[in-house]
Design a protein around this ligand. Structure first.
Ligand SMILES: *Cc1c(COP(=O)(O)O)cnc(C)c1O
Length: 387
């Protein structure tokens, strides 16, 4: 994507570091996911927390996606950019009273409720302002997502969801809550899941829980299976768009549903990761006894994933490369005063010098949104590739 002279010249005109977004790729990705979902009558809510850049949100909204929020701020943002309130879900283990009231007033599609106490609070607040809340119960299905433990959310030891032992009680309580309408069940087992068998296991658990409730006379209309579909961080150019057909096919095959059931998804990373790259300039090169360092003008304040969960991102030099270029192994680091401020160790790159541009790929999800101004860093810039 970045191996040509034109892109290098264009980007050399820009102040760095910046997030580069390939909007045509974003559109192709959104179209592929939407078509694969529509065909099966599935609904997708875009998980705002992956990327809430205005330009990106506007495009996603214009394609008819719903929104999945994890804070009052995200609920407000999604309304402001035009997502219909009737397509907004709101999850999170710690919703504050203020956030709940805000969402109630907007009459969002559903609260994904994570504890009995939260149910009682929503019921009470809804009563106070004369609203009725649609809720889905978040169930922790104890399915191992086989991903990094920091982004695994569906195991018994995780903090998410109503504990299995309390679900029956939760359903009984809801029957006595005049301001709550139970519409369904919610699951979300983790992120960056690349083994589709994991979703097959999820379907088995979803069926069990749906039957559990329906056998007890609680009708489940909405089955929300969350997000988590992974992307190819190693080969962004070979696999720019996840295999949405294969992903939705698993749910189509293994979820038991009748025409009355609605199936909802909350995809974040899979929709936005590959369209974004962090573009940075080499400030300095340094060769120690054992190491060669490339010191960039971007650091963990711009892209935290490597420091936070040792995430891998492909790193490449921007501009023309020829097979005869000499290469070196570099530790690619940022300017922040933390040893974890490192984008990659022993990365083989063409020999680089001060002023060269580096792209850190697959940074469209959980990248710009996690930028901080630690060290009083400047706000991050954007460059949008329009066509
Ligand atoms: C983060 C999150 C998502 C999106 O996860 P991705 O891995 O980015 O698809 C969906 N639902 C909930 C409840 C989440 O917290």
């Amino acid at each position: 994507m970045f191996q040509n002279k034109e892109i290098k010249e264009t980007l050399l005109q820009q102040e760095t570091p910046l997030y580069y977004y390939d909007l045509p790729l974003l559109e192709r990705t959104l179209d592929a996911a939407k078509q694969a979902a529509d065909k099966r009558n599935f609904h997708i809510h875009y998980a705002l927390k992956a990327n809430f850049n205005d330009r990106i949100l506007n495009i996603i909204q214009s394609k008819g996606y719903g929104a999945d929020c994890v804070s009052g701020g995200e609920v407000e943002k999604s309304i402001a950019v035009g997502f219909p309130a009737g397509q907004i879900t709101f999850a999170g283990v710690g919703k504050s009273d203020k956030e709940i009231i805000l969402a109630l007033k907007h009459r969002i599609f559903a609260f994904n409720v994570e504890s009995i106490q939260e149910l009682e609070v929503i019921n009470e607040l809804a009563g106070q302002i004369g609203e009725k809340a649609n809720v889905s119960l978040r169930i922790n299905p104890n399915v191992d997502a086989h991903t990094h433990h920091y982004i695994t959310t569906g195991l018994d030891e995780n903090k998410f969801g109503v504990p299995n032992s309390e679900l029956e009680k939760a359903a009984a309580i809801i029957k006595n809550c005049p301001n709550i309408n139970l519409i369904g069940l919610h699951f979300h087992i983790g992120s960056q899941i690349t083994d589709l068998n994991v979703f097959k296991s999820l379907c088995v658990k979803v069926n069990e829980w749906k039957n559990f409730f329906e056998e007890r006379g609680t009708y489940i209309k909405v089955i929300n299976v969350g997000g988590g579909l992974g992307v190819d961080y190693k080969n962004p150019d070979e696999n720019p768009i996840p295999d949405f057909e294969a992903y939705f096919d698993i749910f189509d095959k293994f979820l038991e549903r009748t025409g009355q059931h609605e199936v909802h998804f909350e995809l974040g990373r899979a929709l936005v990761a590959q369209c974004g790259s962090l573009v940075s300039k080499v400030l300095y090169t340094k060769s120690g006894l054992k190491k060669n360092f490339l010191i960039l003008d971007a650091g963990m304040t711009e892209l935290m994933r490597p420091a936070l969960y040792q995430a891998y991102h492909k790193i490449e030099k921007i501009g023309e490369v020829s097979p005869t270029d000499k290469v070196l192994n570099y530790d690619v680091v940022g300017p922040i005063c933390e040893s974890s401020d490192c984008f990659g160790k022993e990365v083989e790159l063409p020999v680089s010098k001060r002023g060269d541009l580096i792209a850190i790929r697959t940074a469209g999800a959980y990248g710009e949104v996690m930028a901080s101004n630690y060290n009083l860093r400047n706000e991050i810039r954007n460059y949008f590739k329009e066509n």
